[in-house]
Design a protein around this ligand. Structure first.
Ligand SMILES: [Zn+2]
Length: 321
């Protein structure tokens, strides 16, 4: 009988859960829109729905939750979540009380990097960095085989590394974070600015209006050789390359794994990032470093949370939280 765990991924728009085998296969899945005022209730709902659909032979041994925000993994609690509100910050206690299962809670990007190392692009590696390029930039770090969590769970927030102190404001409260230059949100904003001066560009035609432009439209227009879109993608890719070089200097990982919707933009974005990164690491005479694209895709969060539950859950069973 294969062991299973439940992995939950709480994102800004959807809360996804999967029953995951110990070989990383998603056996059952549930997805609901995230209630942005009741994140914890949403976790309990998807877990209970999965448990109802689980047959006896597949009963999970633990639950893992990857949640957006600053998470204290030692207590399984949310300490700060700028984009989402949790009705009960003590997620591990709340879910454990309803399911009688050990519950591990960690940041969503920490879960994703753990999943890529267990079953994805960074299998078997002990020094791995993952960047999730979506509306913002999430990041997870495995150093010497262990997750970097910091003293309060607020470590590994690479998206808020400042690259221009006079740059645009960031929702985190600072200015000029890398997230404001290389994320999907940043690409969309830059494209809207450029489109103001080019109202007849392919970019505006794809989106319907300037206000409706998203990173997806920019990628689509760039593939059609729209100059404005190509310029925006090249700029964002260049900034990403600089971010990767900073990561190489700080952590010297075996690979950096790139995930999130923006990687689908392809070479107009990733090619420039890779070229910038290789030029910078070569200038420092660093040995070539791997750059991978996620192997688990949009399942990285649930598979990673489930893998964390496998590795840390049963060990904590019965311990006082
Ligand atoms: Zn920031």
């Amino acid at each position: 009988m294969a062991h299973t765990t439940i992995g939950v991924d709480v994102g800004g728009t959807g809360t996804k859960a999967g029953l995951v085998s110990d070989s990383g296969e998603v056996l059952l899945r549930v997805e609901r829109p995230t209630d942005r005022t009741a994140g914890t209730k949403g976790v309990i709902e998807v877990v209970e729905e999965l448990l109802e659909r689980t047959t006896d032979g597949d009963s999970p041994v633990a639950v893992g939750v990857g949640a957006a925000g600053f998470i204290d993994a030692t207590t399984g609690s949310v300490t700060f979540a700028p984009n989402l509100s949790y009705d009960d910050p003590h997620i591990a206690d709340a879910v454990g009380a309803r399911t009688n299962l050990p519950v591990i809670v960690d940041n969503d990007a920490n879960a994703a990097v753990w999943g890529e190392r267990a079953f994805g692009a960074a299998r078997g590696l002990d020094h791995v960095v993952l960047l999730t390029l979506g509306t913002g930039i999430g990041s997870g770090f495995i150093i010497g085989g262990r997750l970097l969590r910091g003293s309060t769970g607020a470590a590994a927030e690479f998206g808020h590394m400042i690259v221009d102190p006079r740059g645009p404001e960031c929702p985190c409260g600072l200015r000029g974070c890398i997230e404001q230059f290389a994320s999907g949100g940043a690409i969309a904003r830059a494209a809207r600015r450029v489109a103001e001066g080019n109202p007849n560009s392919t970019l505006v035609a794809f989106a319907g209006s300037i206000d409706a432009i998203t990173a997806k439209h920019v990628a689509q227009a760039a593939r059609e050789y729209d100059e404005a879109a190509l310029g925006v993608m090249r700029d964002a890719g260049h900034w990403l390359g600089i971010a990767l070089s900073n990561i190489a200097n700080l952590f010297d990982p075996q690979t950096i794994v790139l995930g999130g919707g923006v990687v689908k933009a392809g070479e107009t974005f990733l090619g420039v990032a890779r070229d910038t990164f290789v030029a910078m690491t070569t200038a420092q005479r660093r040995r070539p470093m791997r750059l991978d694209v996620t192997a688990l895709g949009s399942d990285a969060g649930i598979i990673g949370a489930a893998a964390l539950a496998f590795d840390e859950g049963p060990r904590d069973a019965g311990e006082a939280r």
